[in-house]
Write a protein that binds this ligand. Sequence first.
Ligand code: TYD
Ligand code: MG
Length: 444
Amino acid sequence: MPKQNSIIYNCTKCGAQSAKWTGRCIECGSWGTMLQELSENQSADKRKIKIDKNQLIDFQKKQPENFSRLQTQISEFDRVVGNGLVLGSLTLLGGEPGIGKSTLILQISQQIKQPVLYASGEESASQIKMRIDRLKLPLQNLKFLATNNIEKIIAFAIEEKPSLLIIDSIQTLYSNELPSEAGSVNQVRICTVKLLEIAKKHNLSIIIIGHVTKDGQVAGPKSLEHLVDTVLYLEGSKTDNYRLLRCVKNRFGSTNELGIFDMTGQGLIEVKNPSELFFSQKQEPISGSAITCIMEGSRPFLIEIQALVSKTLFGYPQRKTAGFDLNRLQMLIAVLIKRADTPLVNQDTHLNIVGGLKITETAPDLAVCLAIISSLKNKIILPDTLILGEVGLGGEIRPVYQIDKRIEEAQKLKFKNIITPVIKTNKSGLIMVKNINEAIKQIF
Ligand code: TYD
Ligand code: MG
């Protein structure tokens, strides 16, 4: 039996669908937002579709395409997006309000030295002028458009033909085609689809700024990730002054790279040597501190791990972490108790990764264990010691990937004692350990 044509009601605020009309959306609770939409059966073209066999592509005959890229000269940014922005691509830059997205974009605009159109529905020209003056950027190549109407922005972009179009921010835009308010899921989506169309048609690079909000009042960048070519997030806390630029989706390159910037009075400054940022060799050595090396994409950098072990005064011992997986800490404590006879049963243990970083690797395991023992014994680990190795449940020390790169980074920074798992390598001066007990003996 053929399928019946049906009517669907769509909430213009949150996108929820319903077969029946309701005065109030059952999903988001907004009043009067349910509008009738034609279902696919109804709107589909019933005429026979003509087929052209040339539309089928044979990859054996297809020539590889060289994408032209817009380099920004800001190497931290170029590396993250894969050696520059691809012409005709749509990039989403997400981040919490006030993290520095607009600042980064202005600095990029300065560097590409090609015509840029900056459309903002968020800030007035004088607000932006103030930021430009603060950043001391001449920005002769930038034209500003204060509007939040997407049709107007597109008309200007087609007329002006810039190399880069910047939208700040997508949540303030609206299209005339929809009655819902700016920032609703449907508005954000339709505006992005329209931008995608002109990006491809006019070979125009577009960067869309999107706010990530915790309460979900406005449609977040998450709802757009599938539409765009590249997704970047600018992260960092407002109390620290460094910012991490992370790529979570990239149709033209890898997503492993991390860009690091320092937010200063003169805007964002690239951090070329991140090891300097996350630990400083100048400090007085204290017990409970160990240095290890993590990999972020292709770059190694050194970080400091701090542990504080103190006698439990009441009830169960407390185990708390900042920047490290709590379950992994519990496991490492169990290994220390069982395999190295460490008396941690009635000790509170706090673990902190200096600089607010979050670690997801297992390479710092051994450094975590030794930081804990250092705090328990109240004995320092010599400051020129670097510790690498994953710890297994048997107390054995396992290899970590890209260990040569990590060792090189440590040697560059003049570390003398480098503790590693047993590995085959041509590097000299390493102290290789088989298990946790050997490592403890070497250090203390
Ligand atoms: P902004 O780029 O406006 O953030 P977003 O667009 O992500 O909302 O940056 C706002 C913050 O950055 C603001 O708190 C001030 C700070 N800032 C500096 O510290 N130095 C600078 O040179 C500039 C321009 C801003
Ligand atoms: Mg902004």
